[in-house]
Design a protein around this ligand. Structure first.
Ligand code: GLU
Length: 400
């Protein structure tokens, strides 16, 4: 056995999560004492609300929480997820249709493992979150990218999706509000895409993790609310991380029809057994408890969105449409490429991101992580002062 073939082909073919990689690079530089401002990871800067933390503290006093519990999740949390799904996605489900996962990322992974066979194609609207493409590959599927640029508000049309469909197409990944672009599909657009998926008997993997973070009074309608008949063809992915500032607690979920839930539950019984009980109890407190702290965080994101987009659009060569959801600004930087800055001429967004990190000490994730080059993603889930200071450093650098 040589060193080059010790890794499986599958693992050798995937790349490290670019969002986590840029974030850890920024954190390592900060730990060295460098004044790096990081717009890399999509992670709220707020503390988890106190009543949620208190529920976890209390859970630690009960020894029954130190034991194995059902692999698919605690009954109380599955019931809380049923109520949340009715409230926000307009869908009636039973607790048996819910699997609690180790964050939304794990639910997406399980979804593709559960539905794909070698050669199956998944239509993936691009720009897309960096882990989707790798998780499709890990399930032996093929991602078929359908790109929509800033000129389309980063939203694909049914005509584009139809042009990408083949007789191997098994599923569509749908994410609205979108990571990385913050785009929110209108109810009409969502309905048209849902009806197209239903007519072609596709499975929709709908990632709704940002559904509660929308602005300007916009509502992100669930694809199953727009097209109720699609419920039997849909896996809903969601979690508490973004809405409740609970990224590190790792609680997400997978909702689907009985056959897919049974398959994913079998997988989970071998992969994780139950998810951490204390975190599950905290997540139930988040879903069932007071929602006011969540509204305060949403309002802070809305204010920061206005701030960052205004500042980004002042950078020479940057063009940033106003996102309607999530906490990302996705900037078309193509007009900033090909010009010499401090002896370097970046021709890709990857090179531009490197230059900005080394010369301005500001971290953003390059478009290459999410599809085509030519873009930078800025998470604005950080304080107002850091937002202004970070973007001003880029303005200064790119004005040279
Ligand atoms: N979902 C967040 C992001 O896109 C967290 C990092 C990750 O898991 O990719 O930045």
């Amino acid at each position: 056995m040589t060193e080059t073939n010790r890794l499986s082909k599958k693992i050798a073919a995937i790349a490290e999560s670019a969002t986590l990689k840029v974030d850890s690079k920024a954190k390592a530089l900060q730990a060295e004492g460098r004044p790096v401002i990081s717009f890399a990871a999509g992670e709220p800067d707020f503390a988890t609300p106190e009543h949620i933390v208190e529920a976890a503290r209390k859970a630690l006093d009960d020894p029954k929480n130190f034991r194995y519990t059902p692999a698919v999740g605690l009954p109380a949390l599955r019931e809380a997820i049923v109520r949340k799904t009715k409230r926000d996605s307009g869908l009636d489900i039973t607790p048996a249709q819910v699997i609690v996962t180790n964050g939304g990322k794990h639910a997406v992974y399980s979804a593709f493992q559960t539905i794909l066979d070698p050669g199956d194609e998944v239509i993936l609207p691009a720009p897309y979150w960096t882990s989707y493409s790798e998780e499709i590959k890990l399930a032996d599927g093929t991602a078929v990218e359908v790109f929509a640029g800033a000129d389309q508000g980063y939203k694909v049309t049914v005509e584009q999706l139809e042009a990408a469909r083949t007789d191997r197409t098994k599923a569509l990944l749908f994410c609205s509000p979108s990571n990385p672009t913050g785009a929110v599909y209108t109810p009409e657009e969502t309905k048209a895409i849902g009806e197209w998926a239903l007519a072609n008997n596709l499975i929709v993997v709908s990632d709704e993790i940002y559904q509660n973070l929308t602005y300007d009074g916009v509502r992100a309608i669930s694809i199953v609310e727009a097209v109720p008949a699609l419920a039997d063809n849909t896996i809903l992915v969601n979690g508490v991380a973004k809405t409740y500032a609970m990224t590190g607690w790792r609680i997400g979920w997978f909702i689907g029809p009985a056959d897919l839930v049974k398959g994913a539950a079998n997988l989970q019984s071998h992969m994780t057994s139950n998810i951490n009980n204390i975190a599950q109890i905290a997540a139930a407190a988040a879903l069932d408890g007071p929602q006011e702290p969540i509204e305060e965080m949403r309002q802070a994101f809305e204010r920061r969105r206005g701030l960052i987009v205004a500042e980004l659009n002042k950078v020479p060569g940057f063009h940033c449409p106003m996102p309607e959801g999530a906490f990302y600004a996705y900037v078309d930087v193509t007009a900033a490429l090909g010009r010499e800055i401090r002896g370097v001429t970046p021709t890709t967004s990857l090179e531009l991101a490197d230059l900005i990190l080394s010369e301005a000490e500001v971290a953003a994730v390059p478009g290459e992580a999410f599809g085509p080059s030519g873009y930078l993603r800025f998470s604005y889930a950080l304080g107002d002062e850091a937002i202004v200071e970070g973007v001003r450093r880029i303005q200064a650098l790119l004005s040279e």
